[in-house]
Ligand binder design. Structure first.
Ligand SMILES: [Zn+2]
Length: 234
């Protein structure tokens, strides 16, 4: 292989690493966002459990108000009963007291049911919060791992960029470097490729002419693929 092509091939290897490191670094913030998105369901479940508990609490409060109102009515009726001199009115007031006391009984039974529901919902809330905390710790770990990976890749990238400068410095043909750079970008990292024994270019997979193949073999000059322009080596 020609010395300049050998140097370019080595530069290409470094450029390929740089390219893949950059691609990986670009993806890391997206992966961190995706990790955070895992919290959405658990966060929503906690909010729902809290809302359910709260709604039940409101119902209990309202029930207590209703019970209180009826208890006041019973007190009032009992006072009236105490003060009345009329037998008929006394009986009528007594009946009303019974009616209110029956309502109070029903409301108190309902209140006990709601208190049992409150216990269940408190439990559900605690479970949802525990699930969220568990997911949160996984997510925190994942984000921290990704951050550590980014730091490591950045160091590798800096190292590769240094290596690249050295390799470019060792090639004293500006025009050749320009050609290489243009090809590297155009051929998605496959600027310097082997031409197979079947005369196929490994960048575009098209067969080259016998003359191009012979030139790549001899190394008398730089040989380019007839189709894609990639620099060929045997
Ligand atoms: Zn080609």
């Amino acid at each position: 292989m020609r010395d300049d092509v050998k140097k370019l091939l080595s530069l290409q290897e470094t450029d390929q690493s740089i390219q893949s490191l950059q691609a990986e670094l670009e993806k890391i913030p997206q992966l961190q966002e995706a990790a955070k998105a895992q919290l959405a369901n658990d966060t929503a479940a906690v909010a729902q459990a809290k809302a359910d508990f709260q709604a039940n609490e409101v119902e209990i409060k309202n029930l207590e108000l209703d019970i209180g109102t009826r208890k006041n009515s019973v007190d009032r009726l009992k006072n009236q009963q105490f003060e009345t001199k009329k037998n008929e009115e006394y009986t009528k007031l007594g009946e009303e007291v019974i009616r209110y006391e029956e309502q109070i009984d029903e409301l108190e039974t309902r209140e006990l049911e709601l208190m049992e529901i409150a216990d269940e919902r408190r439990q559900q809330m605690a479970e949802a919060e525990a699930a969220l905390a568990k997911t949160q710790s996984f997510v925190d770990q994942e984000i921290a791992d990704l951050a550590a990976r980014a730091t490591q890749r950045e160091a590798e990238l800096a190292e590769s960029q240094k290596t690249r400068e050295e390799k470019v410095g060792a090639i004293d043909d500006e025009e050749l470097i320009d050609t290489y750079t243009r090809l590297f970008n155009k051929r998605e990292g496959n600027a310097i490729v082997q031409v197979t024994e079947q005369k196929s270019c490994k960048s575009c997979h098209v067969q080259v002419t016998p003359a191009t193949y012979a030139l790549a073999q001899s190394g008398a000059a730089i040989s380019h693929c007839d189709n894609c322009g990639a620099i060929l080596f045997p």
